[in-house]
Write a protein that binds this ligand. Structure first.
Ligand code: NAP
Ligand code: EMF
Length: 316
């Protein structure tokens, strides 16, 4: 069976979202390779992924020879590198050009759709512009691609917004709390990413993960959490202007998360544009094969079988 399955190489496969992609790739029967730094601080995760069947390839992101030889073993490349490493992906693109055999490349996007959203605060725009530079370099090199817009990582943002591990009676609400955002469970992001990476329909397309069941406002999310926990929370509103001021005054990179919060939860940038043209919405295209965990189901997971508390340290 595995002979006709694409071989997949992941960068950032030991990371927060990358590990879900590695597990999904193995689960779907793909020979799965993880390119990881020689002195990675994720050795425990890497050992676990290896025990599931992943092949760990040790190398630096600037080792061109190592990159080319790793790429020559595989068909599909997925990068889930973190934000500080976004421009290091240019090294991967250079190596893909030389290797000449790669059938698909997915760069590290996995958030807001950077080519579709408009008017975000400058620190977030600069963040998105870096990711856009990588997309343009891929197109320039004629590398077949899929760009995945996964929107908000569900468990990550449930933690951030509801702070379920704290005994707090207060929840912070950004702006009025009425704008809708898309929250997708990390395990699903892993499975759908592998699905689109190997689907001819998704070649040279933007794929957006925006299931109808996963669009929710902060006020609706809090109400649902109150219903499920039987608790009641007081809401502390942070006005929009305070977020704008913070985004102008906090040092880089601390000005980024506050700008993302503003765009996603005050302006509603993950839900406020139509998905049209050549773009694909994953829950529609794969509705006969796969299903996204709904936000109700995600909150049930937090109640009954909570995922380990993640380190919310993306910009520290
Ligand atoms: P992460 O866990 O912080 O890091 C991913 C991997 O990068 C690490 O496991 C590490 O792998 C590798 N890496 C390579 N060079 C590194 C270096 N010099 N320092 C540290 N790590 C290095 O990444 P992530 O948070 O999952 O982010 C992946 C993507 O998702 C990014 O594009 C990010 O913007 C996006 N994101 C989206 C959301 C959302 O809600 N939509 C939330 C968070 C992140 P090795 O140790 O194996 O080398
Ligand atoms: O830390 C984050 O937000 C703090 C609240 C950033 C890492 C999250 C993120 C989200 C995105 O879209 C929802 C990064 C990139 C994104 O496009």
């Amino acid at each position: 069976m595995a002979e006709n399955k694409s071989k997949i190489l992941l960068f950032g496969g030991s990371g927060y979202i990358g590990r879900h992609m590695v597990r999904a790739s193995i689960k779907l029967g793909h020979p799965t390779y993880v390119y990881s730094r020689p002195h990675s601080d994720h050795s425990q995760v890497l050992n676990e992924l290896q025990s599931f069947g992943a092949i760990i390839v040790k190398g630096q992101l600037d080792d061109h020879v190592k990159l080319v030889s790793a790429l020559r073993e595989v068909d599909v490349v997925i990068s889930a590198l973190a934000y500080p490493q976004v421009l290091d992906q240019i090294n991967i693109i250079e190596a893909i050009k030389v290797a000449g055999n790669i059938k698909r490349f997915l760069p590290s996007d996995f958030g807001c759709e950077e080519d579709r959203i408009i008017s975000v605060l400058p620190p977030f725009q600069a963040f998105l512009d870096k990711k856009k530079r990588v997309r343009r370099a891929i197109e320039e090199a004629n590398i077949p691609y899929t760009y995945v817009s996964a929107n908000c990582f569900g468990a990550y943002f449930v933690n951030y917004l509801l702070r379920p591990y704290e005994q707090n009676q207060e929840i912070t609400v950004y702006g009025t709390g009425e704008a809708k955002a898309v929250l997708n469970y990390e395990e699903d992001i892993g499975i759908y990413t592998i699905k689109v990476a190997t689907d001819p329909k998704a070649c040279n397309r933007v794929v957006i993960f925006r299931p109808r069941t996963n669009m929710i406002s902060q006020l609706e999310l809090i109400a649902l959490w109150e219903k499920k926990t039987g608790r009641s929370f007081s809401k502390i509103h942070v006005p929009e202007q305070e977020l704008v001021t913070l985004s102008n005054t906090l040092p880089d990179p601390l000005n980024i998360p506050v700008s993302i919060i503003h765009s996603v939860f005050v302006k509603g940038v993950t839900t406020d544009f139509e998905i049209g043209g050549d773009d694909i919405e994953a829950s529609v295209v794969y509705r006969d094969q796969l299903k996204f965990t709904t936000i109700e189901e995600l909150l049930d997971i937090f109640l009954h079988d909570p995922p380990p508390k993640p380190a919310l340290a993306a910009f520290e």
